[in-house]
Design a protein around this ligand. Structure first.
Ligand code: COA
Length: 318
């Protein structure tokens, strides 16, 4: 049997940092409110003209370096993004061009904050079925472009960035299992209503019913954790690391409690990055791999929840 395992990781954040005190000058908010309700201190924001593909390219090159591979070794590119550089071609095709590789399949996945989990799961299936050997999986976002910077409810939460992994075929897992879900009935709680030809003429920015999203996120993430452990006959104590989607510190803490995990076993970047949607898990994973916390052979649970709603998890042995 063929499995997939992570060969290398990379991350990239735009240079510009927006702190909570910067936001105090822009909307009616305070550093104390933002920290207490979300845990966020600062977020990175793409400069004018810096696109999701710019961020994706930088993260991808770092992941390729870490894997000891070159772009020509890649035979599939998947980019998870909700903020693509263009409507089409896909950001994956634009990234392929930047990397100067030709012919391999390349496509985007749109599952908002669960996008990286979806992309990793799809890449794993390509490798398990022998359709690909080495896959570049990227989560890249410029959320700042779909935020209303006069809306204090949303503008304090999000940031820009990209994270990437190179996934390769292996004799042993690697990725142990992945679990994907969606329910479009929740669309109105978290959305950008503008689209192509849908007749909508209102604000082009994100709308969110924050406390309803919060409530559903906490219970749904609790369920996905149970589902993942049960599917693999594992106990909570079998998990070495939780790498959650970084939406809100209180949501992360609730999932850690559900798993009986000490916060020392949870990779948290939300203070420094805010919610970078599809980029948040690969950015957090990359940070913990590079600083030596996550070691080869350890068991890692990744989980995410986002617009759609979409939610899912990936359990892996690093
Ligand atoms: N600064 C100061 N006050 C703010 C504020 C801000 N940035 N944003 C909202 N408020 C105010 C509200 O207007 C409200 O005031 P009111 O009581 O006078 O009406 C008050 O704070 C409480 O609002 P509420 O929405 O109940 O706060 P909350 O405790 O639910 O926290 C969120 C708000 C957005 C931080 C929280 O709901 C959350 O994190 N939700 C999940 C969002 C998320 O993660 N989305 C992405 C999922 S992938």
């Amino acid at each position: 049997m063929t499995f997939s395992r992570i060969l290398g990781t990379g991350g990239f954040l735009p240079e510009k940092v927006l702190t909570n005190s910067d936001l105090e000058q822009m909307v009616d908010t305070t550093d104390a409110w933002i920290r207490e309700r979300t845990g966020i201190r600062q977020r990175h924001i793409a400069r004018d003209g810096e696109t999701c593909v710019d961020l994706a390219e930088a993260a991808a090159r770092r992941a390729l370096d870490a894997a000891g591979l070159t772009a020509n070794d890649i035979d599939l590119i998947i980019v998870a993004t909700t903020t693509p550089e263009q409507t089409f071609p896909s950001s994956a095709c634009l990234l392929q061009h930047r990397l100067d590789i030709h012919g391999c399949p390349a496509f985007d996945i749109q599952a908002v904050c669960t996008g990286f989990i979806y992309a990793l799961s799809v890449a794993d299936k390509f490798i398990r079925t022998g359709s690909a050997q080495r896959v570049l999986v990227v989560g890249a976002e410029t959320l700042s472009r779909i935020i209303d910077w006069t809306d204090r409810v949303t503008c304090v939460l999000f940031g820009d960035g990209a994270g990437a992994v190179v996934l390769g075929a292996a004799d042993e897992p690697g990725i142990i299992s992945s679990h994907l879900h969606a329910d479009g009935a929740y669309r109105s709680l978290l959305q950008v209503p503008a689209g192509i030809g849908n007749g909508y003429t209102g604000s082009p920015y994100m709308e969110m019913k924050g406390n309803e999203v919060f409530r559903v996120a906490v219970t749904t993430l609790g369920r996905i954790v149970d589902e993942t452990l049960e599917a693999n006959g594992m106990e909570r104590s079998d998990i070495d690391w939780l790498v959650p989607h970084q939406a809100n510190m209180r949501i992360i803490q609730a999932t850690a409690r559900k798993l009986d995990l000490d916060m020392e076993q949870v990779v948290v970047t939300v203070e420094d990055h805010g919610n970078t949607s599809a980029a948040s898990i690969p950015l957090a994973f990359d940070r913990a791999v590079r600083d030596g916390r996550i070691q080869r052979g350890q068991t890692v649970l990744m989980e995410a929840f986002g617009g759609g709603f979409t939610w899912g998890s990936v359990l892996l042995r690093y």
